[in-house]
Design a protein around this ligand. Structure first.
Ligand code: SAH
Length: 367
């Protein structure tokens, strides 16, 4: 059997793994055994799976593989942030960032090669869009991070939180992202709680509605503007799903008992979206929605037309929100010296055939 036809077990959630073993005439419990080997012990060689019989291991080598992207760059920032460039089989490359803090370690994961959304303040947009990542390429980033950060096999977590805030729009790659998140949450794999896995979206409303029913992880929404005319310009998908529809979908996403809240991301662009009036309108917009606002100082990149708001303006904006009772933080920029900050992930996108925003309509199936 050739490599092409082998199943990459890394990207299979429990259900798919169960179906795979049923398909080769094996008992269902093999699925949980293999999930543990792969994701808790970081094993990539079937011969290390010592509770599988020798004959089963040989059979697995014939029909399956454990295949991860290749590490082509590993950078460490002065503040401890790590950034990796991973090469995929087709020659494209993606970036993944690890942000260590006192009590947690957050991995920022990419979901697509490039991005089709064309947000005007994001450097990933300038790379154009190439393709969706497979579930094994998404979970492979977490698998590799554990290895590169030296997690002991079966030992304590080093990655305690995952944010889907790297390259790409996760809700435009719905199926693969949901399978990968299943594995993050799976007890026999990474066993992260739903509160510790955050999906960040620019607001693909129909997919958001589906996500609520399927895998309601923590949600971050890239708002960035409180008026449709401005949001159309900054986050062009707003033309398709305007603010009103987005807010309604977000309200629906939350549990009725109000235990959860939505994180709103708001990039601070000097003279564009940072006035006191913007802040007051934001307060109005969020009325009645349990919310936390993350103000993100704009991270510049070559040839951008924007500048970051000054510290005083950001503070004034933040205080208006805080005085209205909204939890608001200004996100600390991490990993700036290695271009690992929000919106600076570039990767290496080849063959940008689907570069333009209008192609979203043809390249996504979820809406
Ligand atoms: N497509 C998803 C996730 C990727 S972007 C989304 O839109 O949410 C992760 C966050 O970084 C988003 O809030 C995005 O708007 C923000 N961002 C993008 N470019 C930025 C920049 N240059 N400076 C600061 N934040 C940026």
């Amino acid at each position: 059997m050739t490599t092409e036809t082998k199943v990459n077990l890394l990207g299979l959630n429990r259900e798919d793994m169960g179906a795979f073993f049923a398909g080769i005439g094996e008992k269902a419990f093999r699925a949980t055994q293999v999930l543990k080997w792969l994701h808790q012990y970081g094993v990539s060689d079937f011969d290390e799976m010592t509770n599988l019989s020798k004959s089963l291991r040989e059979r697995l080598k014939e029909v399956a593989e454990i295949h991860v992207p290749e590490v082509i760059m590993d950078q460490q920032s002065a503040d401890g942030t790590r950034k990796w460039l991973f090469r995929l089989d087709d020659g494209n490359a993606i970036e993944t960032v690890f942000i260590p803090e006192k009590e947690r370690g957050t991995l920022c994961v990419s979901s697509q090669v490039g991005c089709a959304l064309d947000c005007s303040f994001c450097s990933t947009a300038q790379q154009g869009f190439n393709r969706n990542l497979s579930s094994s390429e998404i979970i492979g980033q977490l698998w590799l991070a554990n290895k590169l950060l030296g997690r002991d096999p079966g030992g304590d977590r080093v990655v305690t939180n995952v944010v889907l805030m790297g390259m790409g729009e996760p809700l435009l790659n719905y199926d693969a992202v949901v399978s990968a998140m299943d594995i993050m949450l799976e007890d026999f794999a990474y066993a992260l709680s739903k509160r510790r896995v955050t999906l960040s979206t620019s607001g693909v409303v129909p997919a958001l509605n589906r996500l609520k029913e399927r895998c309601d992880v923590a949600l971050a929404v890239s708002l960035h503007a409180v008026r449709d005319d401005l949001r159309n310009e900054l986050v062009p998908i707003n033309r398709k799903y305007p603010i009103k529809e987005l807010m309604e979908a977000c309200r629906n996403y939350l549990d009725r008992d109000g235990r959860r809240r939505i994180t709103w991301e708001y990039v601070m662009l000097a003279g564009v979206n940072d006035t006191e009036q913007d802040a007051r309108q934001l307060v109005k917009l969020l009325k009645g929605i349990p919310s936390k606002v993350n103000l993100i100082p704009f991270n510049p990149f070559p040839n951008t037309r924007y500048q970051c708001s000054d510290a005083e303006t950001i503070l004034r904006f933040q205080n208006i929100l805080i005085n209205a009772g909204i939890v608001t933080i200004t996100r600390k920029t991490r990993g700036e010296d290695i271009d690992a900050a929000c919106g600076q992930l570039a990767g290496k996108v080849q063959d940008r055939t689907k570069r333009r925003f209008k192609n979203i309509e043809v390249s996504q199936e979820v809406v």
